[in-house]
Ligand binder design. Structure first.
Ligand code: CP
Length: 312
């Protein structure tokens, strides 16, 4: 692969190869001396047109740990504010010969479009409601390390599925790895094409969580609700918020996940989120750096191979 635009383009082998390498980087990241040289001499530009804490910080750390020259474009201070288009901005940066472009954008499809215009590898750091591939990969690595496998697990994804690129990428990845997926949430927050996903759908947490191995909670994404259904937080927590009592329906060893940013007391009880016996939320953040190191390492290897094929 030349780019990492979505889980849709990956097969089981691609996913396993990436997670195996990420596992090695996860071990490196726990050493006092964390540096590798897989990206030495390469230039990585991070372009975030939408807010981010975890994704931007981990892509920056991942690039620096592997020796890349990393630049974070301050998009709020860029010439986008003067009317320059996304494509003109990308072409301008492309002329500076970057090797890796990491892009987050509020519009679905914007990152794919940009990838067609530049000469370097593009990594999708989240585009609208479409895909967030490195999030699904870090979730998969977290599950594989906690459960010892990434197949034949029963996994519940709960809450605002309709507006979630995290849910879309996870449904594709976990489906490709042959897991059973349940979606739980209010019908108004289910995507209209849910019948095509090959998943079970529930409106009731007690029913949907019964005997699952993994519970993945999602934030209510109000910024993408464009005036439609916005539930009251109290009522939403009562019906769909995860707490110790609702988690009681899942397997005794079920793990609790959340991609962040989380809203405590809305989709998840704060005490449960902090319970290290059940919650792997901090592990997800840790695995985020390892997965992004692996993704950029593999794309850089592909880029070197393609460049030497052209040269020879
Ligand atoms: N999970 C995630 O994408 O978090 P950020 O929006 O903080 O990057």
């Amino acid at each position: 692969h030349r780019h990492l635009l979505g889980i849709e383009q990956l097969n089981q082998q691609d996913i396993t190869t990436l997670l195996d390498l990420a596992d090695k980087y996860a071990e490196l990241n726990r050493q006092p001396e964390k540096h590798g040289d897989a990206l030495r001499g390469l230039t990585q530009i991070n372009m975030f047109f939408e807010n981010s804490t975890r994704t931007q910080a981990s892509f920056e750390i991942a690039g620096k740990r592997l020796g890349a020259d990393v630049m974070n474009m301050a998009m709020q201070a860029s010439s986008i504010k003067k009317g320059e288009t996304l494509i003109d901005t990308a072409m301008t940066l492309n002329a500076m010969h970057p090797d890796l472009l990491v892009v987050r954008h509020p519009q679905s499809g914007a990152v794919d479009l940009l990838a067609q215009k530049v000469n370097c590898a593009v990594l999708n750091a989240g585009d609208g409601r479409h895909e967030h591939p490195t999030q699904a990969l870090l979730d998969a690595l977290t599950i594989r390390r906690a459960k010892g496998r990434l197949h034949r697990l029963s996994i519940a994804i709960c809450g605002d599925i309709a507006h979630s690129r995290v849910a879309r990428s996870n449904i594709m990845l976990l489906g490709k790895m042959e897991n059973r997926i349940r979606l739980i949430g209010p019908p108004t927050l289910m995507p209209s094409q849910v019948a095509d996903f090959g998943v079970e759908v529930f409106d009731d947490m007690a029913e949907g969580l019964r005997d699952v191995d993994v519970v993945m909670m999602l934030r209510l994404q109000r910024e993408r609700m464009d005036g439609g259904f916005i539930p009251s937080e109290r009522e939403y927590f009562h019906r769909y918020g995860l707490d110790a009592q609702k988690l009681g329906a899942a397997r005794e060893d079920a793990i609790v996940m959340h991609p962040g940013p989380m809203n405590r007391g809305v989709e998840i009880d704060g005490t449960l989120a902090d319970d290290i016996n059940r919650s792997v939320i901090q592990d997800q953040v840790e695995m985020g750096v390892a997965v992004r190191m692996a993704a950029m390492d593999l794309l850089a290897q592909n880029q070197r191979a393609a460049r030497s094929a052209v040269a020879s």
